[in-house]
Design a protein around this ligand. Structure first.
Ligand code: CP3
Length: 348
């Protein structure tokens, strides 16, 4: 059986444009909200394998998607390292603040303990892998060290990540130690997901756009490149997708420096630029503005057509430029998938 997503990433001939949506399992789906309420909160959902499996598969029951992405979160790693984490209603994540050498030293680097805490996530991967039809690909993921570090340094979501950027510019030794610990834990986390059945992994660097010049190289390219090398040494056939959100024209340097198999691009990246500059180097994933799916109709159609015309089947994975929003009408997602399939079948 062909798997459009895995085959595209492995450079095989494909006839279908693989399509999935970042955050495709989530609050825009009533069936997700129901299971989340039953679980009694987001973290319980992440740590209960049969419920995590159920919400992972929900969007594939509704839509013609080519991949399932494990239901978990990038912030489970800091939690497993001993950094307190809570998700407050309508507030997002709240973490213990890490801002000194002592704070970093207090984080656990015990890999056995890390894997024990995260074992329900690996169990969820096995369950999903068994429940998935043969043409679908299972994606595992983690956050990139910089992005995860920003949540730990700021203590949660923050508008500017100012403490993190200041520590980086000041050359604080503790931030380098923190990034190093995150590289090690994250490679372990992805490796265990692969062993449990993940066929592709994505590294989310949501806040890579905070960085520029030497700091972009030091805190985004270098850690992700080291993670990719270590994963390829152990699992040479498992493709790695890098999502360095917000780096713009530095996407080409990102791909060259890290050697990722695919680059996720945010919506402001011009798709004809991506065709000319990225497609010769790697597969490109993206990049519809999530707000286009809220709007739906002709506005969404125009934006989708542009992406499909610019980026060729075989070198493109259709996705959004960032996660789907909770305000998205579920029927607009059906319309979106119909538009993609009709275009590629030669319709309009
Ligand atoms: O894509 C998927 O469907 C798989 C699951 C997934 C989640 N988070 C579930 C989630 C993935 C891949 C993530 C990644 C993630 N988590 C990122 C990187 C991608 C991105 O969006 O930039 C980041 C930065 C996080 C951290 C995070 N998790 C924040 C800031 C929040 C709060 C904001 C929000 O949307 O509520 C979360 C919570 C979260 N992670 C939810 C889901 C479905 C919502 C939780 C709920 O049900 O209330």
């Amino acid at each position: 059986m062909n798997k459009p997503l895995l085959d595209t990433l492995q450079g095989k001939q494909v006839t279908k444009r693989p399509t999935w949506l970042m955050r495709q399992a989530g609050r825009y789906l009533p069936e997700y909200r129901e299971v989340r309420a039953q679980a009694g909160g987001f973290l319980n959902l992440c740590y209960t394998p049969d419920l995590a499996c159920e919400v992972t598969l929900q969007p594939l029951r509704r839509y013609d998607l080519d991949a399932a992405i494990l239901f978990a979160d990038i912030l489970l790693i800091p939690q497993a390292m001993g950094c307190p984490l809570a998700f407050k209603e309508n507030e997002g994540p709240v973490l213990g603040k890490i801002r000194s050498s002592d704070d970093v030293r207090a984080l656990s680097s015990d890999i056995g303990k890390l894997n024990e805490t995260l074992s329900p996530v690996y169990d969820a991967v096995s369950l999903i892998s068994k429940g998935l039809s043969a043409d679908k690909t299972l994606i595992g993921f983690c956050g990139a060290p910089w992005t995860v570090a920003t949540y730990m340094i700021e203590g949660g979501t923050s508008a500017e990540r100012a403490n993190s950027r200041l520590a980086a510019f000041a050359g604080e030794a503790w931030i380098d130690d923190l990034i190093e610990k995150l590289v090690e834990s994250s490679v372990e986390y992805l490796g265990c997901q692969i062993e449990a059945g993940a066929e592709v992994v994505q590294i989310f660097d949501t806040w890579a756009g905070d960085l520029s010049g030497a700091l972009l190289e030091k805190y985004c390219f270098s850690p992700i490149g080291r993670m990719r090398s270590e994963l390829k040494r152990r699992w040479p056939d498992v493709p790695v997708i890098g999502f360095a959100r917000g780096v713009g024209v530095s996407q080409t340097d990102f791909v060259e420096a890290t050697g990722v198999d695919a680059a996720g691009i945010e919506w402001p990246v011009n798709t004809s630029w991506a065709r000319d500059n990225l497609v010769p180097k790697c597969v490109v994933q993206g990049n519809l503005d999530p707000l286009a799916v809220i709007a739906g109709g002709d506005g969404m159609r125009t934006a989708v057509e542009r992406i499909l015309t610019d980026l060729p089947i075989g070198r493109h994975i259709f996705n959004l430029g960032h996660g789907i929003r909770k305000e998205t009408p579920p029927e607009h997602v059906s319309d979106l998938i119909d538009m993609i399939r009709a275009h590629d079948a030669g319709g309009s």
